[in-house]
Write a protein that binds this ligand. Structure first.
Ligand code: ADP
Ligand code: FDM
Length: 214
């Protein structure tokens, strides 16, 4: 018989500050989507498992020092090296729930004083998310949450800077941002994210993949 048009998967991004709940929500979202019968995979950036990711991991754990520009380019390269895999998953009909992406890339480096346009340029042309779910949380509340580790960037003044840059960049993010989610319970936020993810999966099933910042 005639071939069914193949539905692609959706690129669902969770962005936001440290301890905003990205990992918690990504895991719950993936579980729920699977239970509803969707094909879905969970990814996170940095992907510390690759050789480039190993260098980033050492930098974040402060066992290695790197120039700010150099590490920025490593974070971007770490996304580029995953593009083939991500495109393959999406075009075969599997959705991906991704923690952090180019928005973290730009905000963390710009918070160190690197120029915004320079920070964006290596990520131009990456696969664009179909929806960016921005999990916002005032830093004073984030500070009360468990899990403030010993990695680089984990101090409140730096995080406050990053959050300001995230809020400045929100006009750049794909529609579907969830705001002020952070004052809600884990389950309330989960419900909103599930609804938004399913709407996105349905909406972009037959739309072409897009390029970031092009
Ligand atoms: P991230 O991945 O953004 O750094 P996590 O998902 O690891 O954040 O969450 C950080 C901490 O905050 C965890 O202890 C988690 O249980 C808790 N947490 C997550 N979401 C909420 C929420 N909505 N309300 C209260 N605590 C939360
Ligand atoms: N980070 C993450 C960057 O500085 N640039 C990037 O491109 C990305 C993806 O690395 F502090 C920062 C953000 C955070 C750290 O920590 C990664 P988690 O706990 O693995 O999200």
């Amino acid at each position: 018989g005639p071939l069914q048009p193949l539905c692609r998967g959706a690129f669902i991004l969770l962005e936001g500050c440290d301890r905003a709940g990205k990992s918690t929500q990504a895991a719950k979202l993936v579980r729920k989507l699977k239970a509803r019968g969707f094909l879905v995979e969970h990814m996170r950036f940095p992907d510390r498992t690759t050789p480039i990711g190993n260098m980033i991991d050492a930098y974040l754990k402060s066992t290695k020092e790197l120039d700010d520009h150099a590490v920025h380019l490593l974070f971007s390269a770490n996304r580029w090296e995953c593009m083939a895999k991500m495109k393959k998953l999406l075009s075969s009909g599997t959705s991906i729930v991704v923690e952090r992406y180019a928005y973290s890339g730009v905000t963390f480096s710009a918070a160190k004083g690197l120029e915004l346009a320079w920070c964006k340029s290596p990520d131009i042309g990456l696969l664009a998310p179909d929806v960016t779910l921005f999990l916002d949380l005032p830093i004073c509340e984030a500070g009360k949450r468990e899990g403030f580790g010993e990695e680089r960037y984990e101090n409140e003044d730096f995080q406050r800077n990053v959050r300001g840059l995230f809020l400045d960049m929100k006009h750049d993010m794909t529609v579907g941002d969830i705001q002020n989610y952070a004052r809600k319970t884990i389950d309330e936020i989960h419900g909103e994210l599930v609804a938004s993810a399913i709407e996105t999966i349905k909406k972009c099933a037959t739309l072409p993949l897009k390029d970031l910042w092009k």
